[in-house]
Write a protein that binds this ligand. Structure first.
Ligand SMILES: [Ca+2]
Ligand SMILES: [Ca+2]
Ligand SMILES: [Ca+2]
Ligand SMILES: [Ca+2]
Length: 315
């Protein structure tokens, strides 16, 4: 991500060590090299540190504000007190130029009023069940993944009770302290779970490697599985720049709506689409406001759903 807004992507890491976990930024020098690490601080000037082990981070605009400033989620590890998932809100009014976003004092995420507390806390926020409310996934030393359903829009600090994330064959058990990442890997508009596994303590757990678990919640919505004779075929131009050109061949009745999702599963655009779905349909959507990246366009009719992916390349 571009931490300092100079147009060049920088490297942001949660650093672990025997004594201290910290959040560090290596700035992109623009010549193939990175700067020395910069320790991310709060408004008090103190670096964000956990007492031992690790600091697992996610950078996102968790607390919505007018300037869309990114905030910081930090999963702490500590031998003593805080092992919580903490939110550090970015306060653009106190930025110190040229590259020093200042974060407010942390607030712990909670589940039914109690702080989300794991040892250590490795967390990721994303709307897994596509109900519009961001959910929280946390893993810890037990090698399981815990799902906390969201109870409100982005910025809601309290989540529902935890549940264990399972596949049809049982709970996902990864190696020691797996790091979860939610992204729409297969481009079908729902978030999938990508995780590392670093340790093979016994037969039950996955061996070292990177694993992808596709989101099964909405598999029944794919057009080939609806049992309907209607068809909905969608194509888009890729790569796209400023405009995405949509062509649909359809035998559906009713209307078709259009949504665009980013790779992290956020709906970034909705369009009313077509009032009448049947026939050959064409439309252009203005996407000039979207940053470079990988996107899915999903067309939804009453009984059919189809998707197509496109990329926006950097200039
Ligand atoms: Ca930068
Ligand atoms: Ca924000
Ligand atoms: Ca949700
Ligand atoms: Ca997906």
């Amino acid at each position: 991500m571009d931490w300092d807004g100079d147009g060049l992507n920088d490297l942001v890491i949660g650093q672990g060590s025997n004594n201290l976990g910290s959040v560090q930024v290596f700035f992109n020098n623009g010549n193939g090299t990175l700067s020395d690490p910069f320790y991310v601080c709060t408004v008090t000037g103190e670096p964000i540190l956990s007492n031992s082990g690790s600091a697992f981070i996610q950078v996102l605009d968790f607390i919505p504000d007018d300037d869309e400033s990114f905030d910081l989620l930090v999963g702490m590890s500590s031998s003593s007190s805080t092992e919580f998932v903490l939110v550090f809100e970015n306060d653009p009014d106190t930025w110190i130029p040229p590259y020093n976003p200042v974060f407010l004092e942390p607030v712990p995420l909670t589940s039914v009023g109690e702080p989300v507390d794991h040892s250590p806390s490795c967390q990721w926020i994303g709307d897994i069940d596509s109900d519009g409310f961001p959910d929280l996934v946390v893993s810890d030393y037990r090698c399981l993944f815990f799902f906390y359903p969201g109870t409100g829009p982005m910025g809601t600090m309290d989540f529902a009770e935890q549940d264990t994330i399972c596949t049809p064959s049982g709970p996902i058990i990864a190696g020691d302290t797996p790091h979860p990442c939610l992204c729409d890997w297969d481009g079908d508009g729902d978030l999938d779970l990508l995780t590392g596994s670093n340790y093979t303590p016994d037969d039950q757990r996955t061996s070292c490697g990177v694993y992808l678990y596709r989101n099964p919640l909405f598999s029944g919505m794919e057009s080939q599985e609806t049992g309907s004779d209607e068809f909905l075929e969608l194509s888009v131009n890729t790569p796209a720049r400023n405009l995405v050109e949509i062509t649909i061949q359809s035998s559906c009745t009713g209307s078709i709506s259009l949504d665009i999702y980013s790779i992290d599963g956020r709906r970034v655009m909705s369009d009313e689409g077509f009032p009448e779905a049947s026939g050959t349909l064409q439309k252009q959507l203005d996407i000039s406001f979207l940053p470079p990246g990988f996107y899915s366009l999903v067309a939804v009719a009453e009984q059919q759903r189809s998707r197509a992916c496109f990329v926006i390349l950097p200039l």
